[in-house]
Design a binder for this molecule. Structure first.
Ligand SMILES: [Zn+2]
Length: 111
């Protein structure tokens, strides 16, 4: 069985440094993660399967990205339900794109 990869505790979404912490319960019941843009903080609920956890971590990073680059305000008018729909649609497809195309990822990561 493969060793479980650990989620980094920080990530960079320029110009922000985003902290990632694991908690027993996130703010909203039924949610597995949340992003607080004021605190630049992603909270991930502990106890998810590795696949669920990766999905949640990626999902919250997409929220952080949309907020960091202004998409939420500029194109979605600050409509958080619209942002949630967009992030929920993109999350599994972008994650699958990365996971199924390691050669593309290596090409994009080249210096
Ligand atoms: Zn969300």
């Amino acid at each position: 069985m493969a060793k479980k990869a650990r989620c980094p505790k920080h990530s960079e979404i320029a110009p922000f440094d985003i902290a990632v912490e694991f908690v027993e319960v996130v703010g909203e019941e039924g949610d597995f993660g949340e992003y607080d843009h004021d605190k630049r903080l992603i909270r991930i609920q502990q106890g998810q399967t590795p696949a669920e956890e990766r999905d949640t971590v990626w999902h919250e990073h997409l929220h952080a990205l949309l907020r960091a680059c202004g998409v939420s305000d500029l194109f979605l008018g600050g409509d958080m339900e619209a942002e949630e729909r967009l992030v929920s649609v993109l999350t599994p497809h972008l994650l699958a794109l990365l996971r199924r195309n390691p050669a593309l990822v290596a090409y994009l990561m080249a210096k």
